[in-house]
Design a protein around this ligand. Sequence first.
Ligand SMILES: *[C@@H]1O[C@H](CO)[C@@H](O)[C@H](O)[C@H]1NC(C)=O
Ligand SMILES: *[C@@H]1O[C@H](CO)[C@@H](O)[C@H](O)[C@H]1NC(C)=O
Ligand SMILES: *[C@@H]1O[C@H](CO)[C@@H](O)[C@H](O)[C@H]1NC(C)=O
Length: 342
Amino acid sequence: MNSLQSSRFKNFVVVAFLFNVFILTGHLRPANILSWASWRKLDLDYSAANATLGFESIVAVAPNSVPVQLRWRKEGLLKAAAYSGLSIAVPPQPEWPNADVEALMARKEGMGRGYALSWLGHLHALNIATTHSSTLILEDDTDWDIGIRAQMPQIAEAVRNLTGDASNATSIMPLPPFGTEWDILWLGHCGDSIIFDPPPITLPDPTVPPYINSWEKTLSPYPERKRYIHWSAGPICTYAYAVTGQAARKLVGRDDHGVESFDVWLHILCKGRQIRCVTVNPELFHHHEGAGPKVSLAAGSILEEGFYEKEYTENIWHSARCNSAVPGDELVTCMGKEPDSQ
Ligand SMILES: *[C@@H]1O[C@H](CO)[C@@H](O)[C@H](O)[C@H]1NC(C)=O
Ligand SMILES: *[C@@H]1O[C@H](CO)[C@@H](O)[C@H](O)[C@H]1NC(C)=O
Ligand SMILES: *[C@@H]1O[C@H](CO)[C@@H](O)[C@H](O)[C@H]1NC(C)=O
C-alpha cells in the first residue's frame, strides 16, 4: 500500500468505526447529521463516474409490455447498461386507467393513445424522481458511448463551473457532483443552439464522434472532439434528462400536462427560463434505431414506417448498444454515413 492508499484506508476504518458507534449507541440523530456529512468527505467517492453517473438513480421510461417488434428497445438498453457498467432501474408502470389516457388525449387536438402513454410514462418517472435528490431519466431506446462513465466527472465539473456552484464546494456539506444550481440537465437531445453569453464551458472529449448531425453549426458536421456545456436555448427530444427532486415536484405539480408533446412542453419551460436548464452539446445520449422494419405505436397499433438495413445511433461514437451486441474485444461504431464534405 502506498501512503495515499494507506491514508484512505485509515480514513475508511475511522469512518466505518464511527458509523458503527453511532448506530450502536443510537446517536444518529438529526443533530449529528451535519458532522456525519462532513466525515463522509474523508473517504467516500462522490464522483460522477459511478454506476448512476453521479445522480442518485437512473430510471428508464419503458412500457410494461410491447409487441415483439419493439422488444429490442428495453432488452438492448439493459444489455448496453451491463456492458458499460451502468445501473438502470426500469420501474413497472401501473395499468393506466382509460380516463387518465383520455384526459391527456383531450388536452391537444388530434393526439392518440401513444401521445398520452408517452406523457404518462414520463410523469411516472418524474413522480419517482420527486423521491430522490437527483434522477437521470432515459427513454427506453436510448444509447450512449461506452466511455460515458470516464467522461462524466469533467462534465459534472463543467456544470458546477457554468452554474457558479464551484465556489460552494468548500462549504462543510459536500456538494453533489453536479452541484445544486440547476433544474434540468438535458444530456440526450436531437439538437440545441449553443448560448454564448454567458460563455459555454468547452471540454476536449475523446468520446465526441469525428462527425455529427446537428442544426448547431458550431458543432456540425465536425465537432472536433469538443463538448460544450451551456445554458439551454431550446433543446428538443427527451432521450435523456436529469432532474433534481425539487424540480421534479415543480414539474409534476403543474396543471398544463399534455398541452404539447412531452419534449416540446419541457423545451418551452427551458426556453422561457421558467426552469434552469443546462445542455450538453453534442448530446451524450441519442435514440437508437434497430435493424429491420421501423415500427411505431403511434395509433396504439403497429405502424410500419420504413426499413433499416443496419442498426445505428446518430452522434454516438462507440455505441454501448452496438458494442454490447458483438462478440470479441474489437470496438465497433454504428453511426451511419459521414456527411459529404463540401
Ligand atoms: C453515485 O453518486 C451519487 C452522488 O453522490 C449517489 O447519490 C449515488 O448513490 C451513487 N450511485 C451508486 C450506484 O453508488
Ligand atoms: C472549473 O473551474 C476551475 C477553477 O476555475 C478550473 O480549474 C477547472 O479547469 C474548470 N473545469 C472545467 C471543466 O471547466
Ligand atoms: C451556491 O452558489 C450559488 C451561486 O453563486 C448561490 O446562489 C447559492 O446560494 C450557493 N448555495 C449554497 C448552498 O451556498
